[in-house]
Ligand binder design. Structure first.
Ligand code: 5AD
Ligand code: SF4
Length: 464
């Protein structure tokens, strides 16, 4: 999981206060951080890139593994020093908030453990942030962790995103939040609550706004995005496949992606979207977690390894160039050497272009934490190392296989050198384009290129 610090490029108007948002964890948090900045803007808060000069600091946290939560407490230690220094310098108080999944999971405990925190706010209540901030600035310790996903969806889109904010050509759009799957290792059903889908009209309205602001590629987000369900204009039941078909009709949208999916929710209509829609990119993040049926059952994944492999074959039969990405956990309680070998075999059978893999980390309150036969840390680590070596070799082979190929690239920004532009291939890899003197390329264009060289994390290309 990456750690991002993301703020918009809006120049702060005079006499504004400053907010610093630090984002941990998943893309949903990146999206939420932008929305928090949106709701604070009318209160006179402009984003800043450093905590030191911020009147308001928000840590948007991740609780998926233990290390993620520990990082937050260590960051709070640093912020305590800054807050004290700021108090002494007469610059005015610094208000500190913990948002995201650690906030939801630990609630008031955070303030007990780190009294420097003024405000704890869970991911479904960001629309209440202005009110909560006002109370915190008046001296109260505020904890807002009730579930209120519908309210959040209804309220947040009404915030008018100004067109002057430079958003780039790619954007996330949350269509679904929460999860009802209850994988036994995972905190998400507890921290993000049960599945809620955003209504079609809201999604279309937000997509239009993004297109107006210059966005060409939209990635639909959800913890369990392919469980999205809604109604079409005629009242019929729609799934993510229908939503993608509808969004592909929007002229200004040139590319569509979605993440993260569960194998159980890859239905026929969604697979058909990969066959029918040129705008839907051939890249799919479809976590399997493990390759042993015994462990998959203990994880409550509700499918077997063979079913997963058969699903991948169906997807590749309609979209042969589909690049697959996955998540894996080593050392789930009870995992034997033979179980782990099944994971290695599954990886060999599928062939991943990209993957994330982790040692199992028991999360308090999840059923996995109470299972017998926890695997020793050194065994988890040794298995992770072997798995990552295999995944890395597949990733490298995938990237090398790009050399000599032709593909389209969506131009995102200028390159490091004057004659370069940087964009993304359909398979999500960054592509550096060496421009010829007569190439006229603008950000947001799609250009057909030939890949000349594959590096470790990017490709080089020239006009095809
Ligand atoms: N331990 C290790 N990895 C975990 N993940 C989720 N919960 C845990 C845990 N308790 C991983 C899964 C998931 C990804 C987002 O994080 O692989 O797909
Ligand atoms: Fe967690 Fe499983 Fe839901 Fe994914 S599907 S968010 S791993 S419970």
């Amino acid at each position: 999981m990456n750690e991002h610090v993301k703020n918009t490029d809006l120049q702060p108007p005079a006499n504004t206060k400053k907010v610093f948002v630090k984002t941990y964890g998943c893309q949903m948090n990146v999206y939420d951080s932008e929305r928090m900045a949106d709701v604070l803007r009318p209160l006179g808060y402009a984003p800043t890139d450093t905590a030191e000069d911020a009147d308001f600091v928000i840590l948007n946290t991740c609780h998926i593994r233990e290390k993620a939560a520990e990082k937050v407490y260590s960051e709070l230690g640093k912020l305590r020093v800054m807050k004290e220094a700021r108090g002494q310098s007469g610059l005015g108080a610094m208000t500190i908030a913990v948002a995201g999944c650690v906030a939801q999971a630990e609630g008031a405990e955070i303030i007990r453990r780190a009294p420097v925190v003024d405000l704890v706010i869970g991911p479904t209540t960001y629309h209440r942030l202005p009110d909560a901030l006002e109370r915190a600035r008046a001296g109260a310790k505020v904890v807002e962790t009730d579930y209120a996903v519908e309210d959040k969806f209804e309220y947040l889109p009404q915030i008018n995103r100004e067109k002057t904010i430079s958003r780039g050509v790619t954007a996330f759009l949350t269509v679904q939040e929460g999860c009802d799957k209850f994988c036994t290792f995972c905190v998400v059903p507890y921290t993000r609550g049960s599945e809620v889908s955003r209504p079609l009209a809201q999604i279309l309205a937000e997509a239009d706004k993004l297109v107006d602001a210059g966005v060409k590629e939209i990635t639909l987000l959800g913890q369990n995005v392919n469980a999205w369900h809604g109604h079409g204009p005629d009242g019929s039941s729609w799934g993510l496949g229908d939503l993608l078909h509808r969004l592909a009709e929007v002229d200004g949208i040139k590319r569509l992606r979605y993440t993260t999916s569960h194998p159980r929710d890859m239905d026929d209509r969604l697979i058909a979207a990969h066959r029918d829609l040129d705008k839907l990119m051939p890249y799919l993040h479809l976590p399997v977690q493990a390759g042993s049926d015994r462990i998959l059952k203990a994880m409550n994944r509700r499918h077997t390894a063979a079913e997963y492999i058969a699903l991948i074959e169906r997807i590749r039969s309609v979209r042969p160039d589909m690049a697959l990405s996955g998540d894996f956990i080593t050392g789930f309680p009870g995992e034997t050497d033979a179980d782990f070998d099944d994971t290695m075999r599954l990886v060999e059978a599928v062939g991943y272009a990209q993957a994330y893999s982790f040692k199992y980390s028991p999360r308090p309150g999840t059923p996995g934490a109470d299972l017998p036969d926890h695997v020793p840390e050194d065994v988890k680590a040794e298995r992770l190392e072997r798995l990552q070596a295999l995944l890395f070799s597949q990733q490298t082979a995938f990237q090398q296989s790009m050399a000599g190929r032709e593909c389209e690239v969506l131009i995102e920004k200028p390159g490091r050198f004057e004659h370069q532009m940087v964009g993304r291939s359909p398979w999500l890899l960054p592509v550096i384009i060496e421009m010829k003197a007569d190439d006229k390329l603008e950000i947001g264009d799609i250009m057909k290129v030939r890949i000349t060289k594959a590096g470790t994390n990017s490709l080089h290309a020239e006009r095809a």
